[in-house]
Design a protein. Sequence first.
Length: 271
Amino acid sequence: MGSEWIVNKIKALDKTVMERAGERQQQLTKPLGSLGRLEALAIQLSGMQGCDLPSVEGVHISIFAADHGVAASGVSAFPQEVTVQMVANFSAGGAAISVLAEQLGAHLEVIDVGTVTESADLPGVIKQRAGPGTANLHHEDAMSLAQLEVAMEAGRAAVQRAVESGLQLFIGGDMGIANTTAAAAVSCSLLNMKPVDLAGPGTGLDSAGSPIKHRCWRRHWHAIRGWINRLLRYYAVLAVLRLPLLRVLISTAHSRAYLRWSMAISPQLLL
């Protein structure tokens, strides 16, 4: 499948349904606004799902696993072998998200988008690999546009599976050694923020490791920002994404680093 779908606009919230949901809130036997943000969330979900009484009983969780070449620059306390080990742990039900998914009765899947060591054929693991990890963004382009399209399609396919299963809530996440460095590099460029203000040491890295991450970001900040601007033109959909609504989008990638966001949203909005 080609990448034409990327330029499609995200479906808008159903304002009429949201108005009805808000009116219903006023009729419930409770003090006005007593449920706080839960009330606003219920109204937002109504708009997402297009119904007065939204439901989140059906939950689809997709974990995207991939390795980041920038790990070679010393930005993580753990070796890249841990990524593929965690894929096996997800499949075996031993990870925290596995337990949470079981408690929720949620469907959990893992997508190998590009671990350095290819994952074994395991239950609940889908392979849509863009390559054996990325290159080191500290020194070179992490990915090609062709790899980006593979990664983007992996995210789209996950949402499509959720829709076809009739599930109401899609939750996306990622696992990969050095992922916070790649994510922060992209986020700093998008938000025009300094690396030191956006992210800390990550998992297990001591205070001496954080400056290494910051140097990686600073060294290629302008280059990464340039690539993002090119991608915003190449993929017009990125320019219309509403981050406050999406929270974070599916695990995806661009030419210098993986774009890493986590999302909890009605999947129908994305198709």
